[in-house]
Design a binder for this molecule. Structure first.
Ligand code: PLP
Length: 426
């Protein structure tokens, strides 16, 4: 990365375009060193010097990327991470992950292109979409992405025809979704009784099935779901040996990891114990995983600007320039109470975070003209008295946020700028 920290205290401010954006006036390639690692100071400097137009923007903290990678390696030293691009395809973030040695899980041609364009080797990509359009399979064959997943016989036929050298992982349905926020088992994964016919179909097609993959579901809350899934994977290895397939050698644990609290550490313990229990004697086993949320969630902070205000009785209503059709689309699928930090640099420059100030019942609206574009209602959260052009800062906005944004109503929040900072991870 061009963005470096000299002593861990300084940050480098460097406006970068996210993948889809191109406002040329802000696309300057200069960097301005900052004297303070504090994120709010950094955000303030962006607001003052770069965001005169008050568009929403993201800050990517490369120091947090580094500490998450360290945490992954410390807890799962033998599990190779393939970052799941769909969670957040921000180009500077993908670069940072590549620089830290991550491999990548891609689900489409465009995701593979994004990763290969960074100079990542096609050997470091798993095409982990069990049902792929033919044109995307042909592209994978052309560029040498030679590992993919499948869970249907029709996929076997497509791969045989368009990418016969591709190695396969059979995707199985995890027996338990770990109470995840986004279970995937309804759509993907072979059922136990489907495994043998699928392996035989691959065998008949002369394709190499090298291992097993699963995904317990995104945002899983119970670590023991990994144990039952690893046990199920063991059975598939045995079935493959039983029908005379060459020895399987890859176990893909999928995603489902989170970085908040200690759930990740619990998952890592469960995984290590289960791999030892079920695969302890397996020589040459490669264990991989496809973490998305774990790496993306806490590395991004979103700054939004207050573009409207109305006072009704005791309730303050604010409009900000990002919402349900932008970075907060996940609120349609999952209840999360977002609690932004006020940053009242317009109305309260002497106390921008409004420390110690009175708060009011407040509603927060997104910018579109849909009545469901609401971030929170007055019954859910309180804010201090804010004024037009003050800012609201949302931490932990990296996973399934901007990646899901649309251009509905002409608000293209998916193309907000990303600024890079480097905090000193504590
Ligand atoms: C979405 C997805 C992931 C990432 O899941 P997280 O819960 O964000 O870690 C990994 N693998 C596959 C196949 C996926 O579909």
């Amino acid at each position: 990365m061009a963005c470096q920290s000299t002593n861990g205290k300084k940050s480098t401010l460097m406006p970068l375009l996210s993948a889809a954006s191109q406002p040329p006036s802000t696309a300057k390639n200069n960097s301005t060193p900052l004297q303070n690692s504090n994120l709010l100071d950094f955000i303030q400097s962006v607001i003052v010097s770069k965001q005169e137009n008050k568009e929403p923007f993201y800050v990517l903290d490369l120091g947090v990327v580094a500490s998450l990678m360290e945490r992954w390696t410390r807890n799962l030293p033998n599990v190779r991470p393939f970052y799941a691009v769909k969670c957040n395809p921000d180009a500077p973030f993908l670069s940072a992950m590549a620089a830290h040695g991550s491999s990548f899980d891609c689900a489409s041609r465009a995701e593979i292109e994004a990763v290969l364009s960074l100079g990542v080797s096609p050997n470091c990509v798993v095409f982990a979409n069990p049902c792929k359009p033919v044109s995307h399979i042909e592209y994978a064959a052309e560029v040498g992405v030679n590992l993919t997943t499948f869970d249907s016989e029709f996929e076997v036929l497509k791969i045989r025809k368009h990418h016969p050298n591709c190695e396969l992982l059979i995707r199985i349905k995890a027996p338990d979704d770990g109470d995840s926020s986004f279970p995937l088992g309804k759509k993907y994964g072979a059922l136990p009784e489907e495994v043998e016919p699928l392996l035989r179909a691959a065998q008949a097609a002369q394709l190499r099935v090298v291992g097993v993959s699963f995904h317990i579901g995104s945002g899983a809350r119970r670590a023991d779901a990994y144990r039952t899934a690893i046990e199920a994977a063991r059975k598939v290895f045995d079935t493959a040996a039983h029908i005379g397939l060459p020895k399987m050698r890859v176990l893909n644990l999928g995603g489902g990891f989170t970085s908040g609290g200690q759930l990740f550490e619990a998952a890592a313990e469960t995984i290590k114990a289960a791999v030892t229990e079920y695969f302890g004697t397996e020589p040459g086993l490669t264990v991989m995983a496809e973490p998305g949320r774990f790496f993306a969630e806490s590395v991004f902070t979103l700054a939004t600007n207050i573009i409207g205000k109305r006072v009704r009785g005791g309730v303050r209503e604010y409009w900000i320039n990002d919402g349900i059709y932008g970075s907060m689309n996940f609120l349609l699928f999952e209840y999360v109470l977002l609690k932004p930090t006020p940053f009242a640099c317009t109305s309260r420059p002497e106390n921008p975070t409004c420390r110690g100030e009175r708060t009011y019942m407040s509603t927060l609206f997104g910018p579109t003209c849909d009545a469901c574009d609401v971030v929170f209602t007055e019954a859910e959260h309180q804010l201090p008295e804010l004024e037009l052009t003050d800012w609201l800062i949302f931490p932990n906005m990296g996973s399934y946020t901007r990646a899901l944004a649309s251009n509905f109503n002409g608000f293209s929040t998916g193309s907000s700028l990303t600024y890079l900072s480097y905090s000193n991870p504590s």
